[in-house]
Ligand binder design. Structure first.
Ligand code: KIV
Length: 263
């Protein structure tokens, strides 16, 4: 099967074909996700919470991310592998270049960074040097302390405008993709329509170009799942079946349902 690239995903957006993304942190889960037809794998810094048991993603290091990115990337050949830049690994442009290089050498095809317009310089520098970048806006988990909790972002009109402007600036700087997390569905729909790059939603309603979920959430392993999660293991019957059911539901638009989004 042909490898999924940034071009594949852009074409899918243009042709209005939704694609799916799931987090993967190791070779075994990555292989099952690939076999289930998932187009993109995110080596998320959510591993700090899911694998390491921390209350936030902040303790995750670049060494952790390189280890898990290498484990995932050596196991698969079709999905595009996106690796998260962890907290404070891209505070300056020099750090962004150094740490993105480490992730790309570990096997990532794209790096993801949380933040808006302030990241434009780093996004441009990375893009010019051949590193595709995915932006991440809305409820960016590395800023949970600044937000004062896991709170939906962009409900206030001024915040919504800022997120919209951030999305446009990241695209201008060369970002190849965007993740929008926990924003009102109308804002996500507006951003997805305004930018040409694919937008992956999580808790952002059904109008984005793609969806992402944390693997362990969609397998029902979270005792207190957020509202935007659906347990696909119940219908799927096995890990492979759950991932296939997730990919199909994203493709046909039945996930996310209205109850998974925010107003
Ligand atoms: O770290 C992660 O898993 C993420 C997704 C939930 C978007 O950033």
């Amino acid at each position: 099967m042909k490898a999924v690239t940034v071009r594949t995903l852009r074409d899918m957006k243009r042709e209005k074909q939704r694609f799916s993304c799931v987090t993967a942190y190791d070779a075994s889960f990555a292989r099952v996700a690939e076999a289930a037809g998932i187009e993109t794998l995110l080596v998320g810094d959510s591993l700090g919470m899911v694998l390491q048991g921390h209350p936030t993603t902040l303790p995750v290091t670049i060494a952790d991310m390189c280890y898990h990115t290498a484990s995932v990337s050596r196991a698969v050949s079709r999905p595009l592998v996106i690796a998260d830049m962890p907290f404070m690994s891209y505070g300056s442009q020099a750090d962004a270049l150094e740490n993105a290089s480490r992730l790309m050498r570990a096997g990532a095809h794209m790096v993801k960074m949380e933040g808006g317009a302030w990241l434009s310089g780093s996004v441009r520098a990375l893009t010019e040097r051949g590193v595709p970048v995915c932006g991440h806006l809305g409820l960016t988990p590395q800023s949970v302390n600044s937000f004062g909790g896991w709170i939906v972002q962009g409900r206030d009109p001024a915040d919504a405008q800022r997120i919209l402007t951030d999305a446009a600036e990241l695209e201008d700087a060369g970002a190849a993709m965007l993740v929008l997390e926990c924003v009102p569905r109308t804002l996500a729909a507006e951003i997805s329509a305004c930018v040409d790059i694919p937008v992956i939603g999580i808790g952002a309603g059904g109008a984005t170009d793609a969806q992402v979920l944390v693997m362990h959430d969609l397998l029902g392993m979270n005792a207190r799942p957020p509202r935007f999660v659906r347990n696909f293991l119940t219908d799927g019957g096995s890990i492979h079946g759950a991932l296939e059911a997730y990919a199909k539901a994203v493709r046909d638009g039945s996930f996310p349902a209205p109850e998974h989004g925010f107003d």
